[in-house]
Design a protein around this ligand. Structure first.
Ligand SMILES: Nc1nc2c(ncn2[C@@H]2O[C@H](COP(=O)(O)OP(=O)(O)OP(=O)(O)O)[C@@H](O)[C@H]2O)c(=O)[nH]1
Ligand SMILES: [Mg+2]
Ligand SMILES: [Zn+2]
Length: 319
């Protein structure tokens, strides 16, 4: 009947910024909905108050234009970033995630360690278990790459993270990934062109997600995926494909809490002379000693210093 709205409860499986597709598991229906102004107001610091993975209540009207999300159910977690450290607005990438997989590549395109470190800090701060997937290993199978791959993987394993060497192209490591994603919600994030969509196609054949070639000149991706979207995994579970991102600006992480989100640095902090050591200029700092001794990767410490500087308004942490 016209004007009579049906109530549904479902999960946001796609977001374009103006439309949100809500999947109702009870009926299998997908409905395109809008959001009410009240959410915009409440989440004014983010560009998107509702995100993929959100469980919501919605009213389904007579016309699609009447469909509206009325309530966001409590999130178990979410992951958020700023486009750059200068941008004021933050963007929630997804909510209710079991594991975030950072897809990284040694080259074509090169993923910077600073990008990886910023992602990991955010995942730690927002309590998201994370795994690093080194993709395109078919391109780096030669013995000349072994040392550099071992060093990169070792840096993150030493910090307590899982690092998996895979190839979406040859299928290396894909069966293992599919098995560990059963009945879980898995997020894929990373720079454009690292192979997120190709990987999802390999894990769940038949989806046929669009993928894009790397540019010949800069070896960068072309931002082929433009909206975040959730796909069901055969046998149970969900895979979240997301658009490639350039930067990972931290949101709401104070400089004096930053070190605790670097597990490899933080485990040494109790051995520093000062309980409030910032690991920058203090004498008898166990962290700087470990960096000097090569026990912590220099790249991790450099990232720590850069993140401190970005967020350090009063110069407290400068050497
Ligand atoms: N050699 C090789 N190429 C791969 C592999 N995985 C993906 N590619 C290629 O890398 C290019 C980019 O792949 P996409 O899946 O579109 O990358 P994406 O991360 O989804 O990129 P955006 O959607 O732009 O964020 C395509 O040409 C893929 O064929 C791999 O394991 N090995
Ligand atoms: Mg893609
Ligand atoms: Zn210290």
């Amino acid at each position: 009947m016209a004007g009579q709205a049906a109530q549904i409860e479902g999960i946001v499986v796609k977001s374009t910024g103006s439309w949100y597709t809500v999947f109702d598991p009870a009926t299998g229906q997908r409905s395109r909905c809008r959001i009410r102004g009240v959410f915009r107001l409440r989440g004014s610091r983010t560009t998107n108050p509702v995100t993929v993975g959100d469980r919501v209540k919605a009213e389904i009207g007579a016309d699609e234009g009447d469909n509206v999300i009325t309530e966001i159910l409590p999130r178990t977690n979410y992951i958020i970033r700023r486009a750059s450290n200068l941008s004021k607005e933050s963007h929630i990438i997804a909510a209710n995630i079991d594991t975030a997989y950072l897809v990284a590549t040694l080259d074509r395109p090169p993923t910077s360690t600073e990008f990886i470190d910023r992602f990991l800090v955010t995942a730690e701060a927002y309590h998201i278990p994370s795994v690093i997937l080194l993709n395109k290993m078919d391109l780096f199978a030669g013995p000349e790459f072994r040392e550099i791959i071992d060093e990169l993987a070792g840096t993150y394993r030493n910090a307590g993270y899982e690092v998996l060497e895979i190839s979406a192209k040859t299928g290396m490591g894909i069966d293992e990934l599919r098995a560990r994603m059963q009945n879980k919600t898995s997020l894929f994030t990373g720079n454009s062109g690292v192979g997120k969509s190709t990987l999802i196609n390999a894990i769940e054949p038949g989806l046929d997600l669009k993928t894009g070639a790397i540019s010949d000149y800069h070896h960068k991706g072309k931002h082929t995926t433009t909206f975040s979207e959730i796909f069901p995994l055969t046998g149970g579970g969900m895979l979240i494909d997301t658009p490639g991102i350039k930067g990972f600006g931290l949101v709401d992480i104070a400089p004096d809490e930053l070190a605790r989100y670097f597990p490899d640095l933080f485990r040494l902090a109790p051995h520093c002379q000062y309980y409030n050591c910032t690991h920058t200029h203090e004498p008898n700092c166990a962290v700087t000693a470990a960096v000097a001794a090569g026990e912590i990767a220099g790249s991790r410490y450099v990232s720590y210093l850069k993140m401190l500087e970005d967020d350090d308004k009063d110069g407290k942490y400068r050497k």
